[in-house]
Design a protein around this ligand. Sequence first.
Ligand code: CA
Length: 668
Amino acid sequence: MKTFLSPFTMLFVVILMLSSCRPESPGFSHFEEYPYYSDEDLGLRYTPSKSVFKLWAPTANAARLQFYDHPTTGEPVQTKDLKKRLKGVWEATVKKDLAGLYYTFQVRIGDVWLSETPDPYAKAVGTNGLRAQVVNMAATNPPGWENDRRPELKQYTDIILYELHVRDLSIHPNSGIANKGKYLGLTETGTRSPEGLATGLDHLKELGVTHVHLLPVYDFMSIDEEKLEENKFNWGYDPQHYNVPEGSYSTDPADGAVRIREFKQMVKALHDAGIRVVMDVVYNHTGATELSVFNQLVPGYYYRQNAEGGFSNASACGNETASERLMMRKLIVESVKYWASEYHIDGFRFDLMGIHDIETMNLVSAELRKLHPSIYIYGEGWTGGDSPLPAEQRALKHNVLQLDHVAAFSDDVRDAIKGHVFHPERKGFVSGLEGLEESLKFGIVASTRHPQVDYSKINYSEAPWAKNPAQAIAYASCHDNHTLWDRFLESCPEASEAERIQMNKLAAAIVLTCQGVPFVHAGEEMLRTKFGAENSYNLPDSINRLDWSRKARYTDVFEYYKGLIALRKSRPAFRLTSEELIQKHLRFLDTDEPNLVGYLLSDHAGGDEWKEILVVFNGNATAKTIAVPDRDWLMVADAHTVNPEGLGVIKTATLQVPGRSAMILKSI
Ligand code: CA
């Protein structure tokens, strides 16, 4: 995640930080003294006969509920005081069917009534999240929901991630999808581009990925849900309500039940297509700071403070949450459990995971795995700025060894492949820069320990950081920074289009054969362009959308990705489950040639039917030779094509590898 605040917003934030962010806190001198409430019943417990509301607000001296019949305007139709209970909890019960009514909480601290707000545990809200809504969740289930099942997943290393923005998939006029920009756009089948090729859900199925990783789909702030006709775009890294789907992707943001039902329809359609669903979750900060839901109920508590007492800012978005405080940790853990159980979500990608503490991430992992052991958890092992949380407590990439069943993105292999992410003009392995061989090898062994990797030559790491391959995610590009295709345009202006396509294919071959879990940015498989835009978080659809005509224009690239994905899925050797198995079966070939990396997967690695698999990557512009075991080799992938049936037999101990190309061979 990377967004930038406007200068005006920054000024506003600074003014807020200079003012006290901690109003009067009666009875407590530290946030750590605030009482911890352990029961999992905060928020609304609805039945048709009564609704029970519970709010944690330990510094309040009064609290009230206000009910409305409209999501944004009008006077309350009813007001009800909450009664103070133990552990900072306030409670009220209304003995009638409240379904459909909107409501807000409001607390008094000292003599001041803070602003009305939904609570952090709200499950449904109306337009723009201004008011929560009483929704009968059982009535939101689409037909067949009770039979919805997570597609089979035997082991984490079988996962192939595809990072997608809901709106990007369908918003282009050439998508052939009716529900453009909506959750429902992901449910449509039989959709075709003008050239007659599959789009949308059919495209994902055809490509063969196992998991769709959705950019933020919780309720965020940046899109005005009352003005959807303006067709604004945003990534959504500005959370407003953690337990509610975003309204702008629904067909009716005013009715809280609609987005819930349509979100479930989307999950079910993906599951029916054999694809699991991952949510990008951003618990590390809130979109609003002083005016956030948190700060209207328990000012300051949910956030870390800097030395001056203002909001610290490791997110680079104005604040950072305090996962080490028990009620924030509880909120994160209960939130992911809620998405996994109510919405059948199969995985979570933690934005700026390094802002969270290790203990919280391990608790998230343990609790989710109790619900279903196949739920996959991973994150960005870094922060967006400095944090008051000591580095040794942060869930950073180099602390992944302390995380249990939590993975991190490998920026090591990402930048080995294409070059340093913050220097777009620089080349990488696939575009011919020497010196990245060890970083590439480190990616191939999924950031684990391997005797043939020289850890003194890795670009951003000095030692293995993954205990097992499932903890490392291999990728070449994501929503941040240039698309992979644009990166080659930036870094290789001298190259021809055909040469850049070869670089892209080589990058794909590397990512999709790495041990660990591979990750593809949506559209990479059709050379997606954002026309050079590096940070497109709020740029128009014309920059961000997937242009389906590129699938026909670059059909060979699409077929190459599809072929690599099919090859990976059929070959256990590329999906080894432990560091020990990688050490046992994967041996790098000896070569003094720069920008040339080859390895052998031997002895039926991972139970593979193929006895030996040879993989060689040549990042040089010209052909190179490499010594290989003297065998009869059947070529199954070259620079242009993947075909497990074979592209020809080579009898040699000296393999010649064309420039900018991958070769995958099996012994026969
Ligand atoms: Ca919203």
